[in-house]
Write a protein that binds this ligand. Structure first.
Ligand code: CP
Ligand code: NVA
Length: 306
């Protein structure tokens, strides 16, 4: 049984296959075609944290593919009413694929252990693989290739940053992260990612201007992620020099695009001027969540239109 819990679960060839399916589905979608390749299939969405993009893009994507989805909130009692193995083995009898958003990564690993249908990670504190796939798909669309492209991430080495670093390693993208001391990747993670690097590299600095100097895309995310609300004041001080603003974008090549996974805290990690600039691709990036995730589902279920 294949799952997408982190990007360590899939190979570079498989990512490229997912992108090819996404290309096909997106082209048809733009032509007004909704190819019903998953009739009667059901997607279960098991969410412990709020979501706009992940939930809605998966639900709409599944509808386009001719299937349906079930949003499973608190009332199903995940981790509360019965043992994880009973819960997961039973749920797997009803639905064909599960997307879950969990407070801890271990909860998703536990689901994958017991599930008899594919599990897709829709964000944990550790990783956000669907986000990173859509982000690199967006960069690929922008420049026609990913080979040798440079992605600069400014901010916390969080779930999104980990997935972006790994996706970049897999796809030949140079990844540079600028973060304050204490908020950078830990050595164990860096070593794991470096093993996945072919032609690409992961570099760490505490100088945002250096990170963006040869970037094709400049990326940021919130300084305090969901679950870190108590650290918000401290993080605002610690990250004050890491805002993506017009001055920082001037240090990047003129055609560097701006990306953000959203939701953003405008005026904190990024200014309105950058979010709404001609180089901003935040809306296209969010739209690509749907196209790429449709491809992930089709690939995991072994059904693709092409
Ligand atoms: N980027 C992202 O995952 O957004 P949501 O939290 O709204 O799903
Ligand atoms: N790092 C953010 C991403 C939200 C999509 C969080 O976990 O809250």
């Amino acid at each position: 049984m294949r799952h997408l819990v982190t990007l360590f679960d899939i190979t570079t060839d498989e990512i490229n296959r997912i992108f090819a399916i996404a290309d096909d589905l997106k082209t048809k979608y733009k032509q007004g075609l909704r190819e019903a390749i998953l009739p009667g299939r059901v997607l279960g969405l098991l969410f412990e944290k709020p979501s706009l993009r992940t939930r809605v893009s998966f639900e709409c994507g599944m509808a386009h593919l001719g299937g349906s989805s079930l949003f499973l909130g608190e009332d199903v009692g995940w981790g509360k009413r019965e043992s994880p193995s009973d819960f997961t083995r039973v749920l797997s009898q009803y639905v064909d694929v599960i997307v879950c958003r969990a407070k801890s990564h271990a909860r998703v690993e536990e689901l994958a252990k017991y599930a008899t249908c594919p599990i897709i990670n829709g964000l944990t504190d550790y990783s956000h693989p669907c986000q990173a796939l859509a982000d690199l798909y967006t960069l690929r669309e922008e420049n026609g290739t990913l080979d040798g492209q440079c992605l600069a991430y400014i901010g916390d080495a969080n779930n999104v940053a980990r997935s972006l670093a790994l996706a970049s390693a897999r796809l030949g993208v140079q990844f540079a992260i600028a973060a304050p001391q204490g908020y950078q990747f830990d050595d164990a993670f860096l070593k794991k990612v470096e093993k996945e690097c072919g032609t690409s590299t992961v570099t760490t600095t505490n100088d945002p201007a250096q990170a963006v100097s040869s970037a094709n895309a400049v990326y940021t995310d919130v300084w305090a992620s969901m679950g870190q609300e108590a650290e918000r004041d401290k993080r605002q001080k610690d990250f004050a020099a890491f805002q993506v603003n017009e001055q920082l974008m001037q240090q990047a090549p003129n055609d560097a695009i701006f990306l953000h996974c959203l939701p953003a805290r405008r005026g904190e990690e990024v200014t309105d001027g950058v979010m709404d600039s001609a180089n901003s691709r935040i809306v296209e990036q969010a739209a690509n969540r749907m196209h790429v995730q449709k491809a992930v589902i089709a690939w995991l279920l072994g059904v693709s239109g092409k």
